[in-house]
Each structure stands twice: as structure tokens, then as C-alpha cells.
Design a protein around this ligand. Structure first.
Ligand SMILES: *Cc1c(COP(=O)(O)O)cnc(C)c1O
Length: 404
């Protein structure tokens, strides 16, 4: 099986599994207890905290363990909003955030907050001028993701953070897709809060972390026993945290090597596809994106069909368009790039990991070539389009969707 959907989740590395195991069977104590097996669990938890902190240039006591990226985003956004509601009710985010951020913002909108969703244009990147214009006296929080999960574009987080700091506005970034893929340093990025998830970086599912800069005050939104500085109550997921810590340690050690390797694989993949398949275009900026990620669209076909044909060839990849029971629903991220329906529907996301090989990339290029040809031979949109292709104007319009 060739797995090219690392933005959805990743396999857990052997080293991570080995690190976790004793925390199920030997050091299973509750870290809040004072006897030996509890103290051992606590030691594992705190060691993991150090490892997470180290990867992002934070201090261990600025790390809160959570149940994943979704919880981290919720705690950060609701926590800042509720804590600062006397100062203002305005939040700024982008139109291509993960649902964990978007739906949290929509919930807050229903509860008296106002939210500005910044546009991202064809590049898939927010513009600083739009941000500056959106800020008002009432703005209490800016939350913009570091790297987009569907198209891999990198947002200008350090610049946004600088503006937020000048205006005394709290700044959160969802770094679930950037951590372990590009350098992430909380001071260089000027962030107050940063979300992490383990399962996107070869760790287990159901565990994550939130960086909370010293002095940043949050309202508690998850009430209970008061664990994790009263921000994420519940008996700590010690094995999960240990797994996240190990995954962070490995990610830090291998960052530079992986960045080079994945960029090379990805560039070959994109070149192979775009030179072998007509009317295949890269979605979003081609440079400002994480190594290993690409998102393309193929005119005249439907993404779900492509994913199923690739699955038949033992390749796991993703599409932005999902066939709901009634109609084809294009991804909100691709729509935000300004792509029309014809161009949104045939999208394919390929996200590589360090275990992928050059041979796999060649096999995937060939498989996509065959699958797209097969789907197009059955596509009425494509066949109509082919006959219209003599119309030069139509051809030029199509070219505008490629930024290459
Ligand atoms: C996967 C993902 C999340 C959610 O993380 P979970 O640990 O699955 O809750 C949040 N944000 C981004 C950008 C993601 O890719």
C-alpha cells in the first residue's frame, strides 16, 4: 500500500510505540498520586512536556496537554474570547481554517461575538493589508493557521504576530500542519497560543498540546478536576502525552533531512503529473507551501472517482470534493481560492511522508495518468469541453487557474 495522505493522519512510528508501551503496563499510575507508580507516570508526563516545548522553542510550563488539535483550538479561541469579552467582541480569522477553528468562531458569532474571515485569493494566503484593515478597537483575538491542511500554503504568521503585538491583541495559530514539517518557534512567530496534534506527526490519535505564553490568561471552558492548569481537566492521557513527546523529539531531530527529502519527492510528483496529464493545475501558491504537500485539480473529472480508482491501485490519497447524497460539494478551501465548480471538483491532495520512496512517486504518477484518462473518457463535461477547446478564449481562461 502506498500512503500519500499524511495530512489526514500518519502511521505511528515504532520508536513512538516503544516509548508509550511501559506507560500502559508498568507506569500506569495516576500522575496526581504520590506513590511510586504515580510518580513514575508524572515523570513521563513532565519529560514529554519538555520534549514538546523544545520543538517549538517554548518553556515546559507553557505547554498544556489536550485531546488533540480540535481541543487545543477550542480552549484557545473560546478561552481568549470569554476572558476578554469586556474589552471587545471582535475576532479575526481566515476563510480557510480547519473546522476546529471555523466552527468555534461560528459558535461564538451566535453568542454575541463578531468574526471577520479574511480572504486568501488565488494563492491561498492571507494579505497583511486586509488584516490591518480588519482590526478595530474591539478586536481581542486573531487566529490564523500556520499551514493549511488542504493545500499546504504557509501563512505569514510572524508578520501577523508582530501587528497583533503592537495592537495588544492576542494571537493564536493552529500549527497542526506545520509542526515537524517546517521550523516552528513561538518567539520568532510572535504567537501567544499555538495548537499541536500528535497524529499528524507520527504520534497517536487523541492527544495534542496547546502552547500558552506565560502571562496569557484564558477562561476555562472544560470544567473538572483542574488538571493541566485547569484548562484541560480529566485524568492525563499519559501514554498519549509520552507518544507526542517522542514524536516531537524525532520530528526535531529529523526536520532538516525530511524537509529536503520531501521537497524533492513532491517536486518530482508535481512535475511528473503536470507534464503527463493535460489540464492538471496546482492549487494555491507553488512556493510558499510545506514540503511534501501538493493539491492539484484535473479539469473534467470528479475527485472522488479519482480517489476510488487510485485506491484500486493501492494508493491512499484525498480529494477536496466529497459526494454528498444529494450533490457534489466542493471544498470550501478550494472555493476560497476563487476556483469555479469545474475546477474545484477534480481535486486531488497528495501529502507525502518520510517513508514514501522515489519508486512510489513514479508509480503514483503513472497511476494518476491512467486513472485521469479513464475518468475523462467517461466524462461528459470533459468531452464537451474537448470540442470547445478550439475556442482559444476558453483555453486562456483555463490557464489562469495555474500559478506556475
Ligand atoms: C487535523 C487538524 C486539526 C485537528 O486535530 P485533531 O488532533 O484531529 O483534533 C486541527 N487543525 C488542523 C490544521 C488539522 O490539520
Amino acid at each position: 500500500m502506498i500512503y500519500m495522505d499524511h495530512a489526514a493522519t500518519s502511521p505511528v512510528r515504532k520508536e513512538v510505540v516503544e516509548a508509550i508501551e511501559p506507560y500502559f503496563t508498568e507506569f500506569y499510575g495516576n500522575p496526581s498520586t504520590i506513590y511510586k507508580v504515580g510518580r513514575e507516570a508524572k515523570k513521563g508526563l513532565e519529560n514529554a512536556r519538555e520534549n514538546v516545548a523544545k520543538l517549538i522553542g517554548a518553556k515546559a510550563d507553557e505547554i498544556i496537554f489536550t485531546s488533540g488539535g480540535t481541543e487545543s483550538d477550542n480552549i484557545a479561541i473560546k478561552g481568549i474570547a470569554l476572558k476578554n469579552k469586556d474589552k471587545g467582541n471582535h475576532i479575526i480569522t481566515s476563510s480557510i481554517e480547519h473546522p476546529a477553528v471555523l466552527e468555534t468562531c461560528r459558535y461564538l458569532e451566535k453568542n454575541g461575538f463578531e468574526v471577520t474571515y479574511l480572504p486568501v485569493y488565488q494563492e491561498g494566503i492571507v494579505r497583511i493589508d486586509d488584516l490591518k484593515e480588519a482590526i478595530t478597537d474591539k478586536t481581542i483575538l486573531i487566529t490564523v493557521m500556520h499551514v493549511n491542511s488542504e493545500i499546504g500554503t504557509i501563512q505569514p504568521i510572524a508578520e501577523i504576530g508582530k501587528i497583533a503585538k503592537e495592537k495588544n491583541i492576542k494571537f493564536h495559530t493552529d500549527a497542526v500542519q506545520s509542526i515537524g514539517k517546517i521550523p516552528v518557534n513561538v518567539d520568532k512567530l510572535n504567537v501567544d497560543l499555538l495548537s499541536i496534534s500528535a497524529h499528524k506527526i507520527y504520534g497517536p490519535k487523541g492527544v495534542g498540546a496547546l502552547f500558552v505564553r506565560k502571562g496569557t490568561r484564558l477562561e476555562t471552558v472544560l470544567h473538572g478536576g483542574g488538571q493541566e492548569k485547569n484548562l484541560s481537566s480529566g485524568t492525563e492521557n499519559v501514554p498519549g502525552a509520552v507518544g507526542l513527546g517522542k514524536a516531537c523529539e524525532l520530528a526535531g531531530k529529523e526536520l532538516e533531512k525530511n524537509m529536503k527529502y520531501l521537497a524533492k519527492l513532491r517536486d518530482r510528483l508535481v512535475e511528473g503529473i503536470t507534464t503527463n496529464v493535460d489540464e492538471a493545475y496546482v492549487n494555491g501558491d507553488t512556493d510558499k507551501k510545506v514540503p511534501g504537500t501538493t493539491n492539484l485539480h484535473f479539469v473534467g473529472i470528479e475527485g472522488e472517482g479519482l480517489v476510488l480508482l487510485l485506491d484500486g491501485k493501492n494508493i491512499a490519497a484525498a480529494t477536496g470534493s466529497a459526494c454528498s447524497s444529494k450533490k457534489l460539494e466542493a471544498s470550501y478551501v478550494l472555493k476560497a481560492l476563487g476556483l469555479d465548480d469545474v475546477h474545484c471538483h477534480g481535486s486531488l491532495r497528495l501529502t507525502l511522508g518520510s517513508e514514501n520512496t522515489e519508486e512510489e512517486v513514479e508509480y503514483v504518477i503513472e497511476s494518476i495518468k491512467e486513472a485521469v484518462a479513464r475518468l475523462r473518457s467517461m466524462s461528459s463535461i470533459w468531452n464537451e469541453r474537448e470540442s470547445k477547446m478550439k475556442d482559444l478564449e476558453d483555453k486562456n481562461r483555463c490557464k489562469t487557474c495555474s500559478l506556475e
